[in-house]
Unconditional design. Structure first.
Length: 450
C-alpha cells in the first residue's frame, strides 16, 4: 500500500512542475498508460491485471490500438465495481483478502478504506520502485529522486520503441529505475546528452538483450553524492512475477555514512588515485553480504559497506591470522587493501586513529630492528600483539614489548588509546595497525628472519 503514498507524491510534484491539476485517474490515462502500456512492448508486467489477460494466441506486441484501449476500459470497470486485489491495486492483498498469500505484499493489518483514486495512485507509485541486485526494490519519497525517475521513464520507452533495440526485453521498469537513477546521479551524467556514458544492457542466452541489475552500492553512492548530509527512509520490498513477494519494511539510509569511506579514500590516498580507480573501488564496498542481510542490521550505513575479503584479515584471538601482503607489485591488491583501510577507519569514526596506527606500526618495526640476533623472537612478540582481538589480551602482549623497547612513547600512547576505546572497535583498530605495519614493513629493507 506504500505505492499509493509514492504515487501521490509524484502526482503532486508533477502538477506543481507542469502547473497542472491532473487527477490520479487522468494522470494514469494520459501519462502512465501512454508510456507503459499503449505500445507493442510493455514497460511493466502486473500479474493477473487486465493488461496481461490475453485472449487465446494474443501477445502484447500483436495487440491493436483498439485492443489496448479495451484492456484499459476493463481496468476502469473493475476499479469502479470495487475490485481492490493485487491485480488491480498494486501492492495490495491477493484476491479474497488472502493477506498471507505469496502474491500479496506491502499489506497493512489495519482496516483501511481504499478509494478509486488510491488504486490509480498505486499504479503510478509502482512504476517508481528502484530495483537493485538480489531481486529487491526500494521506494524513496525524496522529490529529486522521484522526478529523476519520472524523467527516466521516457528514455526507457524510447529504447523499447527504437528499431535498433528490437531485441530489448520489456517489463523491466524497476531494473531500469535502478540503472537510470545511478547514472543520472553519477559524476558521468551530462544534462546536454543524458544517455552519454550510459550502457545498462546485457545479452540474454539465445539472443536478445536485457537491462542488467544495478548494485545497491552504486545506487546509494550516487544518491549520496547528490544528496549530501541527508538521511533517507526507504521502503524495501520485492513484488515478483512468479516468486513470492517479500516486504523488508522501512529502512533508514545514512547517506553521510555511505559517503564516508569514499571521502576517506580521497583524503588518505589522493583524489587523483581515487578517480583513476573509482570503477575498481566502489564495487568493492558492500560485498561482504547481501543487501537483504544489510537491511537486517536496522539501517544502511558504514557497517553495511563492509568489503568482501576483509574478514579473513581481522584477528580472532584464537589462531594466527595472516598479515596483509604488500610485497608484490599488484595494483588490484593495493586498491583492495586501501578500500579495506578506509572502511575500517570509517567504522572507527575517528580520523586521528590513522596517524595513531601509523605511529604504532613504526614503533613496532623499530622494536624489531633493534633486536640483532634476537630479531625472530621480537618478530614473534609483535605478531602476538597483532594477532589479538580483545582489549585485555592486547594490553598484556603490548606490555611485554613496552618493557623491552627504547622507543616507548608511541606504544604507551597506543595502550592508552586502546584502553579508552569501545570494546567493539578494538578488533577494527588492531586490523588497521596490521595494515599500516604490513605496508611499512614491505618498504623497509630488513635482514631475513632466521
Amino acid at each position: 500500500m506504500i505505492a499509493v503514498t509514492i504515487g501521490r507524491k509524484l502526482l503532486e510534484l508533477y502538477n506543481q512542475e507542469k502547473r497542472d491539476a491532473l487527477t490520479p485517474k487522468s494522470f494514469f490515462e494520459k501519462v502512465y498508460f501512454e508510456l507503459f502500456y499503449n505500445h507493442s512492448r510493455y514497460m511493466q508486467w502486473v500479474p493477473n491485471s487486465p493488461f496481461v489477460q490475453m485472449k487465446k494466441g494474443q501477445k502484447p506486441d500483436a495487440l491493436s490500438v483498439a485492443e489496448r484501449q479495451e484492456k484499459l476500459q476493463n481496468l476502469y470497470e473493475k476499479v469502479e465495481t470495487g475490485f481492490r486485489d493485487a491485480s488491480i491495486a498494486i501492492g495490495f492483498a491477493a484476491s479474497e483478502k488472502k493477506e498471507f498469500a505469496t502474491t500479496s505484499g506491502q499489506v497493512s493489518a489495519l482496516d483501511l478504506v481504499t478509494t478509486e483514486e488510491d488504486v490509480y495512485l498505486s499504479w503510478i507509485g509502482s512504476g517508481l520502485g528502484v530495483g537493485v541486485a538480489g531481486g529487491i526494490s526500494i521506494f524513496f519519497d525524496h522529490p529529486k529522486i522521484l522526478l529523476t525517475l519520472f524523467e527516466g521513464w521516457q528514455h526507457y520507452r524510447n529504447y523499447l520503441n527504437d528499431p535498433a533495440y528490437i531485441g530489448l526485453r520489456g517489463n523491466q521498469i524497476n531494473t531500469w529505475n535502478g540503472q537510470w537513477l545511478s547514472h543520472a546521479f553519477s559524476k558521468d551524467y551530462r544534462e546536454y546528452d543524458p544517455l552519454q556514458n550510459f550502457d545498462p544492457f546485457g545479452t540474454i542466452a539465445g539472443g536478445g538483450i536485457e537491462l542488467t541489475t544495478q548494485s545497491w552500492t552504486s545506487v546509494l553512492f550516487n544518491i549520496a553524492r547528490n544528496l549530501p548530509n541527508t538521511d533517507l527512509i526507504g521502503y524495501v520490498y520485492s513484488l515478483g512475477q512468479s516468486s513470492p513477494n517479500r516486504t523488508l519494511g522501512f529502512v533508514p539510509f545514512r547517506l553521510p555514512q555511505i559517503q564516508r569511506p569514499i571521502e576517506l579514500y580521497k583524503s588518505l590516498f589522493g583524489e587523483n588515485d581515487y578517480h583513476k580507480d573509482a570503477k575498481r573501488i566502489e564495487p568493492l564496498y558492500g560485498t561482504a553480504f547481501s543487501f537483504q542481510r544489510a537491511c537486517q542490521m536496522g539501517a544502511i550505513g558504514v557497517q553495511a559497506l563492509e568489503p568482501k575479503g576483509l574478514r579473513g584479515l581481522i584477528p580472532t584471538g584464537r589462531d594466527s591470522t595472516s598479515l596483509p601482503n604488500f610485497s608484490k607489485a599488484d595494483h588490484e591488491k593495493l586498491v583492495s587493501f586501501r578500500t579495506y583501510q578506509t572502511w575500517l577507519l570509517a567504522m572507527l569514526n575517528n580520523d586521528e586513529l590513522w596517524e595513531t596506527a601509523g605511529k604504532a606500526a613504526e614503533a613496532l618495526l623499530h622494536y624489531e630492528a633493534g633486536a640483532g640476533k634476537a630479531r625472530k623472537d621480537r618478530f614473534n612478540k609483535v605478531k602476538s600483539v597483532l594477532d589479538t582481538a580483545r582489549k585485555p589480551q592486547f594490553m598484556r602482549e603490548l606490555t611485554v614489548i613496552v618493557e623491552e623497547t627504547d622507543y616507548k612513547e608511541p606504544l604507551v600512547e597506543l595502550g592508552k588509546t586502546v584502553n579508552r576505546m569501545p570494546v567493539d572497535n578494538v578488533g577494527y583498530f588492531i586490523t588497521l595497525i596490521r595494515f599500516r605495519y604490513a605496508e611499512l614493513s614491505s618498504k623497509t629493507v630488513q635482514e631475513p628472519i632466521i
